[in-house]
Design a binder for this molecule. Structure first.
Ligand code: T5A
Length: 217
């Protein structure tokens, strides 16, 4: 029987550098001999990319209510799990996912203030039995993360709907993640995201080493 793959999710506030680390980690896993697919949320499927556009960029998405936002993120995730993540894991492929259900717990639950039990129930419906084996939380002070976001190359510099919140929103996101990581410390590893991309990746490499060694045995 093919050993199941592993699902590693990367989380953190905007500008924390997780997408940069996501690419470095994918290369590291491939060099270590693992089959890997990389997906992102919202998105990663035809339906999911259309939902992403509506959530982030489309003028029609402006002013949507938090409940709608929650359901759209969950819809994108339900599609991604069934079309990409679960089939890949079943074939022994490792899956790296740039954001997953913890983003909803923190952004829509903690930061937008939707009831935690509703968010948990919708998350559970969206993912079924598909849960991350490991979640890397990239933690950075809000001011530094926003400064990185503002230094992005011109092509990506325009702020989308989700990036136009007041600083207090991102402070709630940061604290929400740290609280969640403390509650689910078996699954979460908090990575200090300060320093150069290489410095941060050295921390990532050390953090994932036990999972890689266990899988290679
Ligand atoms: N969302 C998502 C919800 O509200 N609920 C949900 O359920 C889900 C799934 C997604 C948005 O949707 C929200 C959260 C988000 O608002 P997205 O476009 O996918 O939006 O954006 P983010 O995931 O937020 O990603 P970003 O690209 O904004 O930030 P990253 O991935 O944290 O950072 P990265 O790697 O792109 O780096 C940002 C900039 O910093 C530089 C990079 O070169 C880049 O310019 N950088 C560094 N600079 C200095 N030192 C380092 N170590 C650096 N690392 C990267």
């Amino acid at each position: 029987m093919t050993p199941a793959g592993r699902l590693i999710t990367l989380e953190g506030s905007e500008g924390c550098g997780k997408t940069t680390q996501f690419r470095l980690l994918a290369r590291h896993l491939e060099e270590a001999g693992f089959r890997v697919i990389c997906v992102r949320e919202p998105g990663g499927t035809v339906v999911g990319e259309a939902v992403r556009h509506l959530l982030k960029h489309s003028p029609e998405g402006r002013g949507m209510c938090p409940e709608t936002e929650l359901l759209l993120f969950a819809a994108s995730r339900a599609e991604l799990v069934r079309k990409e993540i679960a089939p890949a894991l079943a074939q022994g492929t490792w899956v790296l996912c740039d954001r997953f259900l913890d983003s909803t717990t923190v952004y829509q639950g903690v930061a937008r203030g939707l009831p935690a039990e509703v968010v948990a129930a919708i998350n559970a419906f969206a993912v079924g039995s598909c849960r991350p084996d490991l979640t890397l939380l990239f933690d950075l002070p809000v001011e530094e993360a926003l400064a990185r976001m503002n230094r992005r190359p011109a092509s990506g510099a325009a702020h989308d709907r989700m990036e136009a919140e007041p600083d207090a929103f991102y402070a709630r996101v940061r604290q929400g993640y740290l609280d969640l990581a403390a509650c689910e410390s078996d699954r979460f590893r908090v990575i200090d995201a300060a320093g150069s991309p290489e410095d941060v990746f050295n921390r990532v490499r050390e953090t994932v080493a036990p999972l890689l060694h266990a899988a290679a045995r």
